[in-house]
Every structure is written in C-alpha cells, then in structure tokens.
Design a protein. Structure first.
Length: 107
C-alpha cells in the first residue's frame, strides 16, 4: 500500500530532495527535447527552420504544457463538493479494516 501523508508517522521529504527531483525532471525534459530536435533534423522536416527558432518554440511549448498541467492539477486537487476530508476517509478506512479483521479472524 502506498504511503499517505495523513498517517501519524509520515515524514515529508526535505526541501532539497524535492528540489533535486524537480531539477532532475527538468534535465530529462531537456534531453527529450534535444533528442526530438535531433531526430527531426535527421528526417529533414526542419530543414528550413533555424536552430534558435526550433529551440525557442520547443521551450515555449514545454512551458505551456507545464502551465496547463499545473492548472489542471490545482483545479482537480480540491473537492468540487463539500464532503469528507481525507482524514475522515482515512478514519472510515481504518474502521472498515478493523471490522474486517474482527469478522474474518481465524477461530
């Protein structure tokens, strides 16, 4: 089962680990863009496009995709209707788990 942030023994990662994760993701994206541009250069599709224009276009597209992703993430993170919080859901889950153990324990 995945770790949850609402468990009592949860310890969030340090800021440096989170920052390194974001930087590593950026390096992977930059390498993917460079590889894509290289492949497009081999095929001749970008024959008439200067390298600077291709790089700037790729960077703008990458930023636009990141902005749309974060906007969707922030929009979908909050519940649209009032209801149980994550802590309430976790408590109900623990109660159900306890009840299941009691019901199906070996006799």
């Amino acid at each position: 089962m995945a770790e949850h942030g609402d468990t009592p023994d949860f310890v969030p990662p340090t800021f440096s680990l989170a920052l390194m994760g974001h930087l590593a993701t950026g390096v992977v994206k930059a390498a993917a863009i460079a590889l894509l541009l290289w492949v497009l250069g081999l095929t001749g599709v970008t024959k008439g496009v200067p390298a600077g224009t291709a790089i700037i276009t790729a960077a703008v597209v990458m930023i636009a995709v990141a902005v749309v992703y974060w906007a969707a993430l922030l929009t979908l993170e909050r519940p649209w209707r009032d209801g149980d919080t994550r802590a309430d859901i976790r408590a109900k889950y623990e109660q159900t788990k306890h009840m299941t153990r009691e019901q199906f324990r070996p006799r």
